[in-house]
Design a protein around this ligand. Structure first.
Ligand code: AMP
Ligand code: MG
Length: 519
């Protein structure tokens, strides 16, 4: 434990007012060796920047109590709620393909877990809470801009129904952080079903610590996830469950043009939640090779590479589980390989499902938006051809789908107007698509409306995100952030007043847009 003088324990009454029921600390209790107990750093002047009232209520916490000075002191890490056992999780990870055997929370701490209104266990963690034994060369801090980015994009993802870690609060510390210049320091309170990553398993696997590995796997399999009978299958099923969750997750990312930017194995959860919004960005003009992260010079984590990378990461996870899957090494490899290979078809069917919904076509099981008919054999080809057309003219990915609803209601021009060289082919495609919808006897208006519930109009556009973060960081002006947050938290219903937020960035701006990691 580090110097406990930096943060103080809250009175039991204050903590109860803020946190309601007690913390549970199953990670600390069950996974000794997978963390170091550690106390957050205390900051000079914690100030609440944003509280997620809706999420607080979902967690059974009182937003009003969280916003008090005592509540904010806890959100900053200055005060450790009684019952919480703050700890830095250890993990390893493949970063850009190379193994780092010792990573871990270098600027984050898990405070503990609360049971939410639905009976689900939720991790409460601080990010930007000071140095830990795993900080390596880092300062343990977070700057306000990246904290707000994580808050904003997480809420946008959540609003689009995509599994994600979420922000409960953002506070400024009253201190500054040295990056390329001095920036306001901040702490994010992050909520997740679990912070266990592929890299958590790798940490024990590369140390050949089979007992700890088994404990970690058993902890991960615990309810609410199904517990298959039998020892061998139990771990193979864990691999399969992670594969399924990740296949669905990445298909959902692809469906909204999300580029994670740093899909290292330490940033891939076993829960299937999106984690770590460092260098993420949204694709604008459609091009599968799009990369925005300044450090991803090889394009490893380009938009179109994400499914393949998820499978690569899954293979690393499978390697960790081998000793648990079968005592016979060859048999273990054979079994795990089968599951890793299955990822491709799981992903493909998840992606096809996403595309069918985006195009208002019948679902594979006949109960999608076009619910009076199942998928037709042509559906896949139609979707693929559209992607080729979008790529030819670098059509805005978001509006290239969204405007199809208007076309279905008789206004072709808006959609067609987005094409240049591919316009004639786009016209032909549109006729075939409309015929396909008509052939199933579907009501075009109903299909158009159903499509508007899956094709967002408002995503966190990179230029809007940057403008909001710059206003907050440089001018202490949170208004643009609040406005953008409100817009992306309600991504589907068109609002005249928010028209500017639906617009793509000027192409020149997108061409030189870069995001930065670990800031
Ligand atoms: P990331 O790529 O952001 O997921 O971070 C990779 C690793 O670097 C994790 O172990 C982080 O905890 C650590 N890290 C990132 N930024 C900092 C920082 N400012 N101080 C200490 N550790 C950091
Ligand atoms: Mg990370």
């Amino acid at each position: 434990m580090n110097d406990p003088g930096s943060a103080v324990a809250a009175s039991a009454a204050a903590a109860r007012a803020v946190w309601g029921a007690a913390f549970d600390n199953s990670y600390a209790r069950d996974l000794e060796g997978a963390y170091v107990a550690w106390t957050p750093q205390a900051w000079p002047r914690p100030t609440l920047v944003r509280l997620n009232g809706g999420l607080a209520e979902e967690l059974g916490l009182s937003p009003a109590a969280l916003a008090t000075a005592e509540g904010v002191a806890m959100l900053a890490g200055n005060v450790v709620p009684p019952g919480a056992q703050p700890l830095a999780q250890t993990y390893a990870g493949h970063q850009f393909g190379g193994l780092s055997p010792q990573l871990g929370d270098g600027r984050a701490l898990l405070l503990g877990e609360v049971i939410d209104r639905y009976g689900q266990r939720r991790d409460i963690a601080l990010k930007g809470s000071g140095r830990t034994p795993f900080s390596r060369g880092g300062d343990g801090r977070a700057a306000l801009g990246p904290v707000l980015r994580e808050y904003l994009v997480g809420e946008a993802m959540h609003a689009m129904g995509i599994p994600t870690t979420r922000a409960l609060a953002a506070v400024t510390t009253g201190d500054t952080v040295q990056r390329d210049r001095r920036l306001p320091g901040a702490v994010l309170t992050r909520v997740a079903a679990s912070h266990i990553r592929v890299g958590t398993f790798q940490f024990f696997a590369i140390r050949h610590d089979a007992a700890s590995l088994r404990r970690l796997a058993d902890y991960t399999i615990a309810p609410p996830y199904p517990q298959p009978a039998g020892d061998t299958h139990r771990y193979l099923e864990l691999l399969r469950a992670v594969s399924r969750r990740q296949a669905r997750l990445v298909a959902r990312w692809m469906g909204i043009g999300f580029i994670h930017g740093v899909m290292n194995t330490d940033n891939m959860t076993v829960s299937g939640e999106t984690i770590d919004y460092g260098p993420c960005a949204f694709i604008e003009g459609y091009d599968p090779a799009t990369v925005f992260s300044s450090i991803d010079t090889g394009g490893r984590y380009a938009y179109g590479n994400q499914p393949g990378i998820a499978q690569w990461n899954l293979a690393r996870f499978a390697e960790c589980l081998l000793p648990l899957i079968d005592d016979d090494a060859d048999r273990a490899v054979e079994r795990a390989t089968t599951v890793v290979r299955e990822f491709a078809s799981l992903y493909e069917s998840a992606w096809r499902e996403v595309l069918r919904a985006k195009l208002g076509l019948g679902s594979a099981d006949g109960d999608g938006p076009g619910d009076d008919g199942g998928a037709a054999p042509d559906d896949g080809a139609l979707a693929d051809e559209l992607l080729v057309l979008l790529a030819r003219d670098r059509v805005d990915f978001t509006l290239g789908f969204r405007d199809l609803s208007a076309a279905l209601r008789g206004d072709d021009d808006r959609w067609l107007g987005r094409f240049a060289s591919a316009r004639t082919d786009a016209q032909a495609w549109l006729s075939r698509w409309q015929a396909q919808i008509g052939s199933a006897g579907r009501n075009p208006d109903a299909v158009a409306s159903a499509m508007e519930l899956v094709n967002p109009l408002y995503i966190p556009r990179n230029h809007q995100v940057e403008a909001a973060l710059a206003a907050a960081t440089d001018h202490d002006d949170l208004a643009p952030f609040e406005r953008l947050l409100a817009v992306v938290a309600d991504p589907y219903a068109e609002r005249a007043a928010d028209a500017a937020y639906a617009e793509p960035a000027p192409a020149e701006q997108t061409a030189c847009y870069q995001t930065f990691c670990g800031t």
